[in-house]
Design a protein around this ligand. Structure first.
Ligand code: SF4
Length: 688
């Protein structure tokens, strides 16, 4: 054990973007007892069931314990040299864009930083994208278009200070449970009005004053209608610091409520609640982001807050809640293929030059790389000849997952770093590298409210597992860049990142944590959770309440959104999470109590649809698209609308018959963000 027994180690939950503080106390048996950290400002001691069960998920069962090449255990030296040689050889023969990294919102910021530095500064390509592309890329694109930067304006306490909270495409009760608990407690205390806009009657509706079960494409329409109503009621000040208001209003006025499926009195009630409560927060999540028009849906929401100035002030603002523990850290560190670290822009030559000079980069990437879906297309087409997948399972989680699996299988050289030995993706690897998991590594994560917290090590690494940043740095050194990847402690990586943020700050970036540039390992060990910005008038607080945005003219950009027509297909499959499982269940699947809630892959379908199709409760249904098929347990329920069945996405190909729901999802993406439309696959359904 790293720490003397019984002393609790302050760390952060590895699951959702709420980013709860956890007290992990080593037990004499080598495990951990888990409690919420009462001092952490995200959760004040609360944990949801997933967090509470963390101690049950730490065994060696299923862990990848040794590097492997072609299925045989090898030493680290041979594995790392093979990776370095094959990547160097591929780059020499086919150029830097013939290689790619596909990484994860579960990586720690230090891992992310090193992976990005290696690919964007030294390999010379920006072909590094992350599974966060599947999670909140549309929010990033919407923020950048509206604010001039990917900046979350508000804080969690806004949900407690608001008089009205609108949740759009967010099942907060299951997907961000502790934030939901904070909202429910505030509602109890001060009567917060809660509106849920979601095609499903989710558990979150338990606290809703109003549930609007819109059709799939209705999010943009409903916020367009709201914008027109705000204008009618004279709630848009003439001097609002925005561009594009007339165009946005024209599009809003042209929007029809037909096809929304919402009776007019309920729509009016929503307008009244939003218009009569200046302290209003609109929380949105994957139901908005995972759409072929996700960036515009985000734009339609932001429009209403921008036009009314209800942003960045106590209890007011749009709020994107992120799915993964470090989705936000990944955004800050430039984890996406179209960004650079510290909110700098890869398409801006001055930004590229500054980062390249700081890194002393010999091969600075000069254009955006491939976004996730494009990346696996390029793998399929043989354009990507060496691929390194880190901390994620794309053969299960990407849309069109069967085709992605075939593409990976056909790639010349595939490296997979993971904590687990057998996943849908590790089975396709030439080289497997065992990574340390939660509890075994040190680093930082950023939660949905821009709060940076430490994950701290309290367990010895499993087998020969190593930290991802160390593995990446070692490969960088073996590729010939000894100086640039010469860290020995994660505090040094964080300090370098913080120093880079100071340069970014001078270029106008809002992400400046450069007062951490001198941090040493002892200070890093003692680091308390903090929200950025670190300095200035906005220190630790909100953005844009002063009416000053990050676009060159200081104003926000509103957008004219034309909502898409409602889908005509009979059945559109909605996908998502369940309460007690996380992603592909590599960790939560180890806890028996977490499987008690929902134990197998299922299809939740409206009673009328079930009757029409001849499906029986607890029978099996075959769900098919041109991309793939899945066989799912039938759950008949009017919580879903007619023609809008739902299936969870956690189960993998290793479960019979097959719950591989992402195999059904077509590879359709939002044209701006590249985020897949994972919530409206046109499907056919029949009894199995
Ligand atoms: Fe972990 Fe999220 Fe649950 Fe908090 S709410 S304990 S971060 S899964």
């Amino acid at each position: 054990n790293m720490h003397s027994a019984t002393r609790p180690v302050k760390t952060t939950c590895p699951y959702c973007g709420v980013g709860c503080g956890v007290l992990a106390t080593p037990t004499p048996q080598g495990g951990l007892t888990i409690a919420g950290d009462p001092d952490h400002p995200a959760n004040f001691g609360r944990l949801c069931v997933k967090g509470q069960a963390l101690g049950e998920t730490l065994g060696l069962q299923g862990r990848l314990l040794s590097p492997q090449i072609a299925g045989r255990n090898v030493g680290w030296d041979q594995a790392l040299q093979t990776v370095a040689d094959r990547f160097a050889d591929t780059i020499a023969r086919h150029g830097p864009d013939s290689v790619a990294f596909y990484v994860s919102g579960q990586l720690l910021t230090e891992d992310y930083y090193v992976a990005n530095k290696l690919m964007k500064g030294f390999v010379g390509s920006a072909n590094i994208d992350t599974n966060s592309r599947l999670c909140m890329a549309s929010s990033v694109a919407g923020h950048r278009r509206a604010f001039g930067s990917d900046t979350v304006p508000g804080l969690y306490e806004d949900l407690e200070q608001a008089d009205c909270v609108v949740l759009v495409g967010s099942n907060l009760a299951w997907c961000h449970p502790v934030l939901y608990q904070r909202l429910a407690a505030a509602r109890q205390a001060r009567g917060t009005r809660v509106v849920v806009i979601d095609p499903r009657r989710t558990a979150t509706c338990d606290i809703a004053d109003l549930h609007l079960p819109i059709s799939g494409a209705g999010d943009a329409a409903i916020f367009n209608l709201l914008l027109a109503e705000l204008d009618r009621r004279g709630l848009i000040p003439a001097d609002a610091p925005v561009d594009g208001l007339p165009e946005a209003l024209r599009a809003a006025r042209a929007t029809s409520a037909d096809g929304l499926g919402i009776p007019d009195p309920e729509l009016q009630r929503f307008f009244d609640l939003w218009c009569d409560n200046p302290r209003v927060v609109t929380v949105y999540s994957q139901g908005v982001n995972q759409s072929d028009c996700g960036t515009d849906k985000v734009g339609a929401i932001l429009n209403c807050h921008l036009a009314t100035g209800r942003i960045g002030r106590p209890g007011m603002g749009p709020f994107s809640v992120t799915g993964q523990p470090n989705a936000m850290g990944g955004r800050e560190v430039g984890g996406l293929a179209n960004m650079l670290a510290c909110h700098l822009d890869i398409e801006n030559p001055a930004h590229r030059d500054a980062v390249g000079a700081f890194w002393k980069a010999p091969n600075m990437a000069c254009e955006p790389g491939l976004k996730a879906v494009q990346m696996f297309d390029a793998v399929e087409q043989g354009k990507i000849k060496a691929l390194w997948i880190i901390c994620t399972n794309p053969a299960m989680s990407m849309p069109d997952a069967d085709r992605v699996a075939r593409a990976i299988r056909g790639c010349d050289f595939v490296v997979v770093s993971d904590i687990m030995a057998r996943t849908d993706t590790t089975e396709l690897a030439d080289v497997l590298l065992p990574a340390t998991g939660w509890g075994e590594k040190d680093g930082t994560v950023t939660n949905s409210e821009r709060r940076i917290s430490r994950q701290r090590r309290s367990l010895a690494p499993a087998g020969q597992a190593r930290d991802d940043w160390r593995i990446l740095a070692e490969v960088g050194r073996r590729m010939g860049w000894q100086q640039a990847f010469n860290w020995s402690h994660p505090a040094q990586v964080f300090a370098e990142y913080a120093a880079l943020s100071g340069i970014a700050g001078k270029l106008g970036s809002d992400f400046d944590i450069s007062d951490c540039a001198g941090i040493d390992p002892a200070e890093y060990e003692a680091m308390q959770p903090f929200s950025w910005p670190r300095a200035g008038a906005r220190q630790g607080g909100r953005f844009f309440g002063d009416g000053i945005y990050h676009r060159p003219n200081g104003r926000a950009q509103m957008v004219a959104v034309t909502p898409q027509a409602a889908p005509v297909q009979d059945f559109r499959l909605n996908t998502g999470r369940v309460r007690d499982h996380w992603h592909s269940m590599t960790r939560t699947g180890l806890s028996p109590r977490l499987s008690r809630h929902l134990a197998e892959p299922y299809l939740e379908i409206h009673p009328d649809d079930a009757a029409r199709l001849g499906l029986t409760a607890a029978g099996l249904a075959e769900v098919a698209t041109p991309q793939g098929r899945a066989v799912l347990r039938v759950m008949i329920s009017d919580r879903v609308g007619r023609g809008r069945p739902f299936a969870p996405m956690h189960w993998t190909g290793q479960v019979a018959p097959t719950g591989r729901v992402n195999a059904l999802v077509p590879p359709v993406v939002d044209p701006i963000s590249g985020q897949p439309a994972s919530k409206s696959a046109p499907v056919t359904i029949r009894p199995f």
